[in-house]
Design a protein around this ligand. Sequence first.
Ligand SMILES: Cc1cc2nc3c(=O)[nH]c(=O)nc-3n(C[C@H](O)[C@H](O)[C@H](O)COP(=O)(O)OP(=O)(O)OC[C@H]3O[C@@H](n4cnc5c(N)ncnc54)[C@H](O)[C@@H]3O)c2cc1C
Length: 380
Amino acid sequence: MIGFSLSEDQEQLRARARAFAETEIKPAAAHHDRTGEFPIEIMQKAFDAKLMSEGIPKEYDGPGLSNLDAALMTEELGAACMGIGTCIMANSLALAPIILFGGAAQKERYLRPHARAFRIAAFALTEREAGSDAGAAKTTAVRDGDHYVINGDKCFCTNGGFADFYVVFASTNPDRGPLGMSAFIVERDMGVEVGKAEDKMGQRASNQVELHFRDVRVPTENLLLKEGRGFQVAMGTLDRTRAGTAAGAVGIARRALEEAVKYANERVQFGAPIVKNQAIQFKLADMAMKVEAARLLAWQAAWMADHGVRQTKEAAMAKCYAGDVAMEVTTEAVQILGGRGYSREYPVEKLMRDAKLMQIYEGTQEIQRLVIAREVAKGR
Ligand SMILES: Cc1cc2nc3c(=O)[nH]c(=O)nc-3n(C[C@H](O)[C@H](O)[C@H](O)COP(=O)(O)OP(=O)(O)OC[C@H]3O[C@@H](n4cnc5c(N)ncnc54)[C@H](O)[C@@H]3O)c2cc1C
């Protein structure tokens, strides 16, 4: 059986997310883009509206949204401001390893409080010398009685400046590369130092910082899964969250298409609206096709995750295709708006800057293609 219609609950969720995005996010987007101010009040409102920490299961007092629900919601956030969308999404990225791989006590200690009150978490995998090659991370965790002692430095940690706790990837056996990596829940109060924040071209509302670990003592009960399973935790988490990232990219592209259609109908040159030109019509047709195709890939990957079907390939396809579509469609939108497209007075230049990140974070497009190719070569 196959179907593309949403349930009544999903339609309501989408309408709720769209209304929130229109009233709370869209009007604030330009301000946060200009100033780089962290949108903590909007995040608090998103939490109150059950549009944040959405994947925490109901048994831990969370909204318990499915991956498809989250994709519907994230598209709306992306259409309003992906910088703010990333702040909200990055929290889910940090909670996902606990939802997917945490033990009962870890879920009780870290999920329930996040479901009951507004709090922020962050995912710390990347290091200066270990980005795409995440398994080459140099941060270490050495067992000392009933604690691990963590030393090292992370970077590009989204929400890191505002988080209560971090899911940190560190090597417990550096000789084994990725197989020596382990994942830990590290509370900020355990001694994490927050370093320099990035100054970025787009998604400027979001916060990315360096984190420094100097003899940070973490209780052994904060180890996720087992020693040596950290790479599995990281990759399993990203497999799961990539459909949401793809949906955010669809949101950016959809908004760019909407802005381009509106402008093409209004702008008169040579005595007629520019939309009357076939050259503009074909651009709009290509943009619309790409948005639809990217959305279907995102929904497919999310649906597969919800149904327990292996979706490594499909999640990578969705993230990669939707990220590329966001870049292409926003670039075309700037072209359709001409000089105004290049001006900060109109929203499309921001969409184009925001779109670029969708090709970089949660694994670059090149890494997604490697993942897809590996799966395809295995006949999957
Ligand atoms: C705004 C922002 C937010 C982020 N948030 C987080 C976060 O919350 N947590 C976190 O841990 N990380 C985060 N990251 C880090 C992000 O995931 C990495 O930047 C990304 O994985 C790429 O790593 P890198 O920047 O070191 O690039 P590199 O790995 O150095 O790559 C440079 C270029 O080489 C290409 N390349 C590398 N290896 C190969 C290969 N084998 N084949 C072909 N091409 C290759 C890459 O695709 C890229 O084009 C964030 C990054 C940014 C910019």
